[in-house]
Design a protein around this ligand. Structure first.
Ligand code: FE
Ligand code: MN
Length: 331
């Protein structure tokens, strides 16, 4: 049996299982449970309303990231449910996709919560994917890569179609969730390290923990399809994927410069650009493609394990400790 195109797969029979990695990702996803309301935004609201804490550059950076993520999360969820779920018929992989879809709903909810608590104009934030060119270009890029899979007549039969499907998976899992999210993660976590907007920073930490699992699942899915369909992995196709990743890095660097044109205390767009190259190499490694940049990680603090145990108990009644031993290393 195979993960796609198996006429023997009955999506209703989850046992016995074939892909234990999918099961493990599902379980890991469950143990990461969280909701945005568990994070206090009190201090963020004070800082946002005060004119003495955040300068214009910091405000721009926050708005750009809220603008990008607020719509990128639903774009990702739509691809997952409308394209990926259709073609991956293996039941344990589908069980993970359902979990991931829920997490994307939580992420969408996070940005609703941030907009609400900070009193931002939803028309401004939710239109930024159309009005801010550096955001629009990222979204257009993944949408273009993945368009053919949305054709209602599309099937994954035949080498060329399987390549189209893998291109979609690379577009969303590797490029969107694995590259386009990461300059934003680094920016918001850099702010948090300076004690600015720590509530949003913590929300981004939870999202990043989820996204590193999504990325791991996506890469395992891509690798499995490769192993089961070795014909697709031609040198032309590999070159094409490397080239897409190279183009996405350029777009992410343009975004970093646009969101953070003058740098923050001790951190600038050059370093965000190096960071994007560093993580792009890691993504290339993970799916068996050659590295491009060989860049050192300028932000070693991004890969340190972070303790997200929920012992904080902001509101007494809302203690939620879903995970036992919550320290976690992420990409
Ligand atoms: Fe997400
Ligand atoms: Mn995701």
């Amino acid at each position: 049996m195979a993960i796609i195109n198996s006429s023997k797969t009955d999506p209703n029979k989850i046992l016995p299982m074939q892909y234990m990695w999918a099961r493990q990702h599902y379980k890991d996803g469950l143990s990461n449970n969280w909701t945005p309301e568990e994070v206090s935004m009190q201090k963020d609201v004070e800082q946002w309303k005060s004119d003495r804490v955040l300068n214009a550059d910091e405000r721009r950076l926050i708005l750009w990231n809220l603008g990008f993520f607020s719509t990128a999360e639903s774009l990702t969820a739509n691809n997952l449910v409308l394209a990926v779920y259709n073609h991956v018929t293996n039941p344990e992989a589908r069980q993970y996709l359902l979990r991931q879809a829920f997490e994307e709903a939580v992420h969408t909810d996070t940005f609703i919560y941030c907009c609400d608590t900070l009193g931002l104009d939803p028309d401004e934030i939710y239109n930024m994917y159309q009005t801010i060119p550096s955001i629009k270009e990222k979204d257009d890029f993944v949408v273009n890569i993945t368009q053919s899979v949305f054709d209602p007549l599309f099937t994954t039969k035949g080498t060329e179609n399987i390549q189209k499907f893998v291109r979609d998976l690379v577009g969303f899992y590797v490029i969107m969730e694995g590259i386009f999210f990461y300059a934003g993660f680094a920016m918001m976590l850099a702010m948090k390290r300076q004690n600015k907007m720590i509530g949003i920073g913590e929300q981004f930490e939870y999202i990043m923990r989820d996204e590193s699992l999504h990325l791991a699942f996506g890469c395992d899915l891509i690798d499995t399809i490769k192993v089961e369909n070795p014909d697709i992995w031609t040198s032309e196709f590999k070159d094409e994927l490397v080239d897409l990743i190279r183009q996405s890095v350029v777009l992410e660097q343009a975004y970093a410069h646009d969101a953070c044109p003058n740098g923050l205390l001790g951190i600038n767009a050059e370093q965000f650009s190096e960071y994007v190259e560093h993580i792009a190499d890691r993504r290339l490694d993970r799916i068996g493609l050659p590295r491009i940049y060989n860049r050192q990680n300028p932000f070693p603090w991004m890969s340190q394990s972070t303790d997200l145990a929920k012992e904080k108990n902001f509101f007494e009644t809302r203690v939620t400790e879903y995970r036992i031993g919550a320290s976690l290393t992420w990409d």
